[in-house]
Design a protein around this ligand. Structure first.
Ligand SMILES: O=C(O)[C@H]1O[C@H](OP(=O)(O)OP(=O)(O)OC[C@H]2O[C@@H](n3ccc(=O)[nH]c3=O)[C@H](O)[C@@H]2O)[C@H](O)[C@@H](O)[C@H]1O
Length: 434
């Protein structure tokens, strides 16, 4: 009102008042029309957004990945049928397990072993290209033949995880999806945070919300012992001086596991794997690319510590690791919570799964030379400061006592099996090793 009065009584030029007033009225009419048009557009825009947005893009779905996944292959009766069939328990006292990273090295072996003994197994894997994805596809094809379906998706996709738990009341989760490799962390640090931290939290969120809550067994790493010098490494030793971001994310995973156990009553068992090797292994690991490069006649870098110090690893054969994983699943207690609420204290465990006999890297090369019948071109180099530690050695007394874990394969026997597989897969199979 005051505003109007002020305008009405303020002619700019004498004699022009009347005309100015009608011009002002026209102006007001125009501005009202403009406002009306503007708000109509806003309103229509809101209606458009409301009706045409994907139903899966509601607030609990965090990323484009989630939207894409639900729109495309996930969902529908055929998908649910495949998921249910794969997770179906076929033995008395069997368990139903969601295996993350099922197309990976350890994941594919564990999935196959569970399926063989009649457990229900559903895999999930994002098939990323950290190493040759065709090897992951070949593992997938093998599992497919034994009735294990691997859903192609990321553990960061909470809508997908929720959907899987809605379809199957998994009793257990075997969490093996991770960004592995100690040296690659300097090249791509965020992939470690994405998979080993954000992915783990996302998975634990899905597990804690599930009803019933599953029991979780997951892969930690020998690298958490970092720069420790006291050997063999025991679970009671300090783990607060990691030498790589990989190790730091695995250590963080152990603390995150503690939190979810404490707040939500999730039963959690972390397994500290010691340099796992064997058939269908990871091409980024030394024993694997040494084999490839020895056969190609390329030189191989062999690390040594200061003053010609030996670099050694407690190399552990895949079958021994698989037995440890299954024993951890079988001895784990149930989670105590339901639908996000803790009902009582739950089990929280961590075990070393190693071989207990460290072997110098130069000896590993000698074994490969004999098996391949080719002399290696050795290029001895100083251990780079990019994540490697000088040695690892597991004390496995806890796993022995509580899981009945007893490794039986020495490095020579295990590498023989690896080389047989390698030659069959790459040389006879005429595939190119990348
Ligand atoms: O136990 C683990 O938790 C980790 O094990 C594995 O790490 P590592 O034990 O470092 O295996 P890997 O790279 O095969 O090097 C083997 C040896 O070769 C030496 N090495 C390596 C490369 C090279 O060019 N030359 C060399 O001498 C090197 O110094 C080392 O002594 C997994 O990759 C990792 O994901 C994690 O699971």
């Amino acid at each position: 009102m005051l505003h109007m009065k002020h305008i009405d009584n303020t002619p700019s030029t004498p004699g022009k008042f009347k005309m100015e007033k009608s011009a002002y009225n026209r102006l007001r009419l125009h501005s009202s029309l403009a406002k009306l048009t503007f708000w109509s557009f806003v309103f229509l825009g809101l209606i458009f957004v409301f009706f045409f947005r994907s139903p899966s893009s509601s607030s609990h779905v965090p990323s484009d990945l989630s939207r894409r996944s639900l729109r495309s292959s996930y969902g529908g009766p055929n998908f649910e049928k495949r998921v249910r069939a794969s997770a179906k328990i076929r033995s008395r006292n069997g368990i139903s397990v969601l295996v993350t990273g099922a197309a990976g090295f350890v994941g594919s072996h564990v999935s196959a072993a569970l399926k063989r003994r009649g457990d229900g197994v559903l895999g999930i894997d994002n098939f990323n290209n950290y190493y040759d994805p065709s090897l992951k596809r070949a593992r997938q094809a093998l599992l497919e033949r034994s009735g294990v379906y691997i859903v192609e998706g990321d553990i960061n996709d909470s809508a997908l995880l929720k959907k899987l738990f809605d379809i199957v009341p998994f009793t257990h989760v075997m969490h093996l999806a991770a960004q592995a490799g100690v040296r690659y962390a300097m090249e791509n640090p965020s992939s470690y945070v994405h998979s080993n931290i954000a992915g783990l939290v996302n998975l634990l969120e899905a597990c804690k919300n599930a009803n019933p809550q599953p029991t979780i067994v997951w892969a930690s790493s020998s690298s958490v012992y970092g720069l420790n010098t006291k050997v063999p490494f025991s679970e009671r030793d300090r783990t607060d001086q990691p030498a790589s971001l990989y190790a730091a994310t695995k250590k963080a995973g152990e603390e995150i596991a503690h939190t979810y156990n404490h707040i939500y009553g999730l039963s959690l068992t972390g397994l500290r794997f010691f340099t796992v090797y064997g058939p269908w292994g990871r091409p980024d690991m030394a024993y694997f690319f040494f084999t490839r490069d020895i056969l190609k006649g390329k030189s191989i870098p062999i690390f040594e510590a200061a003053n010609h110090g030996t670099v050694a690893r407690d190399f552990t054969y895949i079958d021994d690791i698989v037995k440890g994983c299954l024993a951890a699943l079988d001895t784990a207690e149930k989670s105590t919570g339901s639908g996000g609420k803790k009902k009582g204290p739950a089990q929280l465990r961590v075990y070393n799964l190693g071989n207990t006999s460290p072997v110098p890297v130069s000896d590993l090369v000698s074994i490969l030379e004999k098996l391949l019948k080719v002399k290696a071109k050795r290029l001895v180099m100083k251990l780079p400061r990019n994540g490697d530690v000088q040695f690892t050695h597991a004390n496995i007394s806890s796993a022995q006592r509580e899981l009945g874990y007893k490794p039986t394969t020495d490095l020579k026997t295990g590498l023989k099996k690896f080389v047989e597989w390698y030659l069959g897969y790459y040389v006879e199979g005429k595939k190119s090793a990348q």
